[in-house]
Design a protein. Structure first.
Length: 253
């Protein structure tokens, strides 16, 4: 059974901060008869959603369990520090962890950077979510390290962010269950890898039909005259004789 038979739609999970709009647009152009359904999921739950078959593929943050899931790394995000607009961090475009060593650092439970404890002074308690941590930063409790896309997602006018040069970074990948590499999954792999619609990988395009020149219905076919039959032309009007001259005996003198 092919992927298109198994699922009339293609379900794409995606984690906060990831923007699938460009790939969704290309999908809709190439496969207009197969709706793509977006499934937003928390980063910590993305792998389970794929394993349970609740999505055909997902835009997730690495690492994932490679014994169960296949993954194609797409890009790496810079890490930034989120701080109030009047914070000293805003004096530079980039900072290092050493420069922030004395700051109170918020470490949300849904942290995606993968460290045990960010450098700096730990806050009194860990916020449940990154969104909660951003609220704490706005209240002046501390600073927060996140991938740049999450800083943009939770942007506030009273906060700003700066790139942290030596912090861990987050890798975004396309992932799917290894034992469920369907035709539709192959189609989406081709899209994120930039393959053209005529690529030999993925769905085979319908071959173009040869063009034939149609005959006009009101134009009769021209027939070749049969051998020995007259063509309707007067042989006396040919180029070998004078036009309108009668042939006969010469007049005597």
């Amino acid at each position: 059974m092919t992927g298109s038979e198994a699922s009339p739609t293609f379900r794409l999970a995606y984690v906060p901060g990831v923007t699938p709009a460009k790939w969704v647009r290309i999908w809709n152009e190439r496969l207009p008869d197969v709706p793509l359904v977006l499934v937003p999921v928390p980063a910590a739950e993305a792998a389970d959603v794929l394993r349970r078959g609740e999505a055909d593929a997902g835009l997730v943050r690495l690492p994932v369990d490679r014994t169960v899931l296949s993954a194609i790394p797409l890009y790496t995000e810079a890490t930034v520090v989120v701080a109030p607009k009047d914070h000293v961090v805003t004096a530079a475009e980039e900072v290092s962890l050493d420069e922030l060593a004395d700051e109170v650092v918020l470490h949300p439970l849904d942290d995606v950077l993968g460290w045990q404890q960010p450098p700096g002074e730990p806050a009194f308690e860990r916020p449940a979510t990154t969104e909660d941590a951003v609220e704490h930063v706005a209240s002046g409790i501390g600073i927060l390290y996140v991938p740049q896309s999450l800083a943009r997602l939770h942007h506030r006018k009273d906060l700003t962010y700066r790139t942290v040069l030596d912090a861990p970074q987050s890798d975004v990948a396309l992932s799917w269950p290894e034992d469920a590499t369907t035709e539709l999954v192959e189609d989406f792999i081709g899209i994120v890898r930039g393959r053209t619609v005529n690529s030999t990988r993925g769905r085979t395009p319908t071959p173009a039909q040869p063009k034939t020149k149609a005959k006009r219905a009101d134009t009769p076919a021209r027939r070749k005259p049969a051998a020995g039959k007259a063509t309707g032309k007067n042989p006396r009007n040919s180029s070998s004789g004078a036009k309108g001259t009668k042939r006969g005996k010469p007049r005597g003198r």
